[in-house]
Design a protein around this ligand. Structure first.
Ligand code: BES
Ligand code: MN
Ligand code: ZN
Length: 497
């Protein structure tokens, strides 16, 4: 996919040569600054009830009179925010999806200038609209013809738009990788396959990749991770990927991902309905690889380490049982009251392992609890940290990336729920506050560094007719990494005077 800027003034849009011209209208009307030919078409359609200035409404015109582009799509955004702009683009691109247009030019009507954030939004919307899953469905419809996207801007905005496009393109590649890995079924996306994907990423981008197998995991003393993996015939993989963009001595950002390639629940087995969706239980791991992909494309001056604990959670004669007590890498013992609370068991050893990198900060991502989905639904990831400054950074990264998270409590009072008579802690508390007690469990392994946890159970994939991975929170994490590298967010939409 190819993204470019295209310099044009808003009164010369009719002369743009693209296969399709998309005009995003943020307001309730189009003013006289817009190209006369296009304005006439929009006003006429509105007067005849064929178009309304209401978010998501689109108007499609083929070979419109007085316009060079063969196709014109007008879409209302219902506001000036970047979020509204991106949503409008998604509607417009959906209208073009099954048509012949290869080169799509996008213009924002009205008096706001497009900037880096618009450009980034365009790249994201374009990548979303053109992704097709084929790995186990070669009969899927051919990918949309759209392959080149241009954002129309004024001369003064070229630099900002270029920056936004390259950032958006990199994030889109990372999102695409995370989506694809999530969508692959458990018998294809095994722990070994995930490790192979990490190695491929390493080869393509010269990242250092290290993979530990079951023997090495046992030898290190990762008793909690090994305990989850022991019920499956698939060998676990502990994967470490390193991006070095700054001096070796600079403390890295460590990203830790839950990589359960299938979560049956184990002996505490899940009900059959929707169990297939537990192939997405490696969404945290996928977002680590996706973020490293985006970071490797952009090459910021910062060090990043990705850590993935990948295994299956299966019931069998060798599986972990309720009541078993296991010893984590940290030395703390854990009474397993529910084998379906396996994510925290693989993560706790990965979090302890992270200490060896003397990290500047550690963020873990996990499809950890159904309780988080109950609390927040599917729009926001759950953010848990005791570090207010870190919380603010992650919240801002999410807002800037249009991949938001919402802060949840993480206070001493919740810790009591994890008391056990037979070990240092139990792996579950009562149902109430389940997302918080899961985070409290992880917190016990993170005393040595700044840490935050993202529960992405509600955001990493979609159910229903559009079932599939979302690639979240790759955009949030990429923004977070870039902000640590000192890449500020340029002003997105400065007003014209
Ligand atoms: N992978 C699941 C969490 C999950 C459930 C994500 C539903 C998305 C949708 C996790 O391993 C799990 O099973 N968690 C349990 C924890 C419980 C046993 C304390 C849950 O949420 O039910
Ligand atoms: Mn589970
Ligand atoms: Zn799980």
């Amino acid at each position: 996919m190819d993204f470019r800027h295209l310099v044009s003034s808003s009164d010369a849009l009719a002369s743009i040569t693209a296969d399709a011209l998309v005009v995003v209208v943020p307001g309730e009307s189009v003013d006289t600054s817009l190209d006369a030919a296009i304005r006439t078409l929009i006003d006429d359609a509105a007067a005849h009830g064929d178009f309304r200035f209401k978010a998501g409404r689109t108007l499609y015109l083929h070979r419109p009179v007085g316009v060079k582009a063969a196709r014109l799509v007008v879409v209302a955004a219902g506001g000036e925010s970047i979020k509204a702009f991106k949503a409008a683009l998604s509607h417009a691109l959906a209208a073009l999806k099954n048509l012949g247009a290869k080169h799509v030019a996008v213009v924002l009507a009205g008096d706001a200038q497009v900037g880096a954030a618009h450009a980034e939004a365009l790249a994201g919307a374009a990548a979303d609209a053109t992704y097709v899953y084929r790995h186990t469905k070669p009969s899927a419809l051919p990918a949309p013809a759209m392959a080149r996207f241009s954002l129309v801007c004024a001369k003064a905005q070229v630099r900002a738009v270029q920056q936004g496009l390259s950032r958006g393109r990199a994030i889109a590649l990372g999102v695409q990788l995370a989506r694809e890995l999530g969508n692959r079924p458990g018998n294809h996306c095994t722990p070994t396959a995930l490790a192979d994907q990490a190695k491929k990423l390493g080869r393509d981008h010269t990242l250092k990749v290290e993979v530990l197998d079951r023997k090495a995991i046992d030898k290190l003393g990762m008793g909690a991770f090994a305990a989850v993996a022991q019920g499956s015939a698939e060998s676990p993989r502990f994967i470490v990927v390193r991006y070095q963009g700054a001096a070796k001595t600079q403390a890295p950002i460590v990203l830790v991902g839950k990589g359960i390639t299938f979560d049956s629940g184990g002996i505490s087995i899940k009900p059959a309905g929707e169990m297939d969706e537990m192939k997405f239980d490696m969404g945290g791991a996928a977002s680590v690889l996706g973020t490293l992909r985006a970071v490797a494309e952009l090459k910021p001056k910062v060090n990043v380490v990705g850590i993935i604990a990948a295994c299956e959670n299966m019931p069998s004669g060798s599986a972990l049982k309720p009541g078993d007590v296991i010893t984590s890498l940290s030395g703390q013992t854990i009474e397993v009251l529910n084998t379906d609370a396996e994510g925290r068991l693989v993560l706790c050893d990965a979090l302890t392992y992270a200490e060896r990198f003397e990290p500047a900060v550690v963020v873990d991502m996990a499809t950890l609890t159904g309780a988080c989905v109950v609390a927040l639904g599917h729009h926001n990831s759950g953010l848990f940290t005791a570090d207010d400054a870190l919380a603010d950074e992650l919240l801002a990264a999410g807002r800037n990336a249009l991949d938001t998270c919402w802060r949840m409590p993480l206070e001493e009072e919740y810790d009591e729920a994890l008391k056990s008579n037979f070990a240092d802690m139990a792996n579950v508390g009562p149902r109430a506050g389940g997302a918080i007690t899961a985070a409290m469990f992880l917190r016990r392994f993170t005393a040595k560094y700044r840490w935050a946890h993202l529960d992405i159970a509600g955001t990493a994939w979609k159910s229903g007719a559009a079932k599939g991975g979302t690639g979240r929170p790759v955009p949030l994490l990429t923004h977070f990494v870039l902000s640590h590298a000192g890449w500020g967010i340029p002003l997105s939409s400065r007003r014209r005077r």
